[in-house]
Design a protein around this ligand. Structure first.
Ligand SMILES: C[S@@+](CC[C@H](N)C(=O)[O-])C[C@H]1O[C@@H](n2cnc3c(N)ncnc32)[C@H](O)[C@@H]1O
Length: 264
């Protein structure tokens, strides 16, 4: 599982940081209405250079969706090991974990999408929402994903139960992206998640997993048992906490046996 480091959880105990809504609470000048400079006691206008907020590109304003952070905090408080993070991943990690995926990989499977940060990055890379299957255990997140990505296939269930499901009318996926907190799961559950997911992946397809830890979050015996290999494709310090991404794929010599679909 991707553990929440103690320093990361402390602010939560102290209560969530104040969130700015950006909806009518700014000073008038921040909202765009010019306000005459206030005179000083000496009669000189007080210049407040540097007070005007910098303009950001659309979609990059961290105040734009404060409710996602609140949603994460609430879900984390209710099930900390399951949610495994107190805030959604940032855009740098979303860009890294999807960096090797393009339209040729459609359809794509996503595990533990939360509020949909990686989903958005996949769509930004050209994937059509209808070519995405999103597997999310938390009912609040699953409901949010249905609203945000109505054309995607949303499965509210554990990713450990993927084996035997029919996902894309029998088509196999070209990649899987996982935001699951594998470090808090038992090796048995991790095994079920990986073997079930690879049963839905075509030959040569990879499973992308992030972690806040120093090594691949899939235990070595699980990789060996399933004939998989893991390679770190990069890391980013521009995420809280900093994170790495691993590409997990079948070893060239591995038989397809462990991943054969059962039940249909
Ligand atoms: C660390 S959060 C990552 C969320 C999102 N991908 C992100 O990076 O912001 C882990 C997510 O996995 C979900 N989750 C945990 N266990 C799961 C399971 N067994 N099957 C499917 N989703 C699960 C949680 O509800 C949560 O949304």
């Amino acid at each position: 599982m991707t553990a929440v480091p103690p320093s990361f959880s402390d602010p939560v105990r102290a209560g969530p940081p104040p969130l700015r809504t950006g909806s009518g609470t700014e000073a008038p000048e921040a909202a765009g209405s010019p306000v005459p400079p206030r005179p000083t006691a000496e009669g000189e206008p007080l210049r407040r250079s540097g007070c005007r907020p910098r303009r950001r590109a659309p979609g990059t304003d961290p105040r734009a969706e404060p409710s996602d952070t609140l949603r994460f905090l609430r879900s984390w408080r209710a099930a900390p090991l399951q949610v495994a993070a107190i805030a959604p991943s940032g855009p740098a990690l979303a860009a890294l974990i999807t960096s090797e995926i393009g339209t040729r990989h459609a359809p794509v499977l996503e595990l533990g999408p939360g509020t949909g940060v990686f989903t958005r990055a996949l769509i930004a890379r050209g994937l059509a929402p209808e070519d995405l299957a999103l597997v999310e255990l938390d009912d609040t997140f699953a409901g949010l994903l249905r609203t945000r990505f109505p054309e995607a296939q949303i499965l509210q269930m554990s990713a450990a139960r993927l084996r035997g499901l029919s996902l894309f009318d029998g088509r196999k996926a070209g990649a899987a992206v996982s935001g699951l907190g594998l470090l808090s799961m038992s090796p048995r559950t991790v095994m079920a998640i990986l073997s079930g997911t690879f049963a839905h992946l075509r030959p040569g397809a990879a499973f992308y997993q992030f972690t806040y830890g120093p090594r691949c979050p899939v235990p070595r015996p699980v990789l060996d048992r399933l004939g998989l290999e893991a390679r770190r494709i990069g890391g980013t310090l521009r995420n809280l906490p900093p994170a790495s991404v691993y590409r997990i794929a079948r070893r060239p010599s591995a038989p397809q046996g462990p991943f054969a679909q059962h039940g249909h």
